[in-house]
Design a protein around this ligand. Structure first.
Ligand SMILES: C[S@@+](CC[C@H](N)C(=O)[O-])C[C@H]1O[C@@H](n2cnc3c(N)ncnc32)[C@H](O)[C@@H]1O
Length: 203
């Protein structure tokens, strides 16, 4: 399909989408907010949470939602691309996979973290199988980081794609965490391979 045809389809889909409309009414920057909201309502991920890292945060709807749930001002939002400041959130613009970025996150908290959420994904306009593998790698990298930085009762939530690395990621998660669930929120488009992994309590 030609590029301008893809963007026309994208604009039409956005216009019809109830989550897009709802996010505009409620002042959230992206329809993605309803994914984390649904995950939170089902798995209570923000319960007893005072510190949070949001990986792949731009344009910022997950961090906006987190700021309504956490009052401690210990929210750190990271993305490769620049995005507008969010009240009560600190930002790092950088590549999470870079060791300096990980160091900066650890230095900011200087103690174990309660919740790490990751919506990191590569641009899915290209080859979907390759995108799924690269996004799976990002999820694994975030999970490994969480082993090092989460407190024992901490939680890790990440986007993953159904694809060749899916089973491997879930089985690694089960080695590291006592409680592991996979959940696709209603707000996640039916035709997308996207789903989410919710991990609680380190082993
Ligand atoms: C689906 S968007 C996130 C939407 C966000 N959760 C929200 O609610 O607004 C995925 C983001 O992951 C970011 N990303 C991808 N790879 C990354 C990396 N290595 N480090 C930091 N951010 C990354 C992209 O720049 C993109 O903004």
């Amino acid at each position: 399909m030609k590029k301008n045809k893809i963007s026309k389809n994208w604009i039409n889909r956005q216009r019809k989408d109830i989550y897009v409309r709802q996010s505009k009414i409620e002042g959230f920057r992206s329809r993605a907010v309803y994914k984390i909201k649904e995950i939170d309502e089902k798995f209570k991920i923000f319960k007893h949470v005072n510190s949070l890292v949001d990986l792949g945060a731009a344009p910022g709807s997950w961090s906006q939602y987190a700021a309504t749930k956490i009052k401690s001002e210990k929210i750190l939002s990271i993305d490769l691309i620049n995005f507008n400041k969010i009240k009560n959130c600190q930002q790092i613009i950088g590549d999470f996979t870079n060791e300096d970025c990980k160091k900066e996150i650890k230095n900011y908290f200087n103690k174990k973290i309660d919740l790490i959420i990751s919506d990191m994904a590569v641009n899915t306009i290209g080859n979907k199988n390759i995108d799924a593998i690269v996004t799976g790698d990002l999820c694994m990298e975030a999970m490994n980081f969480s082993l090092d930085t989460l407190q024992m009762n901490g939680k890790f939530v990440s986007k993953i794609f159904m694809g060749s690395s899916f089973n491997e990621i879930v089985s690694q998660a089960k080695k590291y965490f006592k409680d592991v669930r996979v959940f696709k929120p209603l707000a996640s488009r039916k035709n997308s391979k996207e789903t989410f992994i919710i991990c609680k309590i380190l082993r």
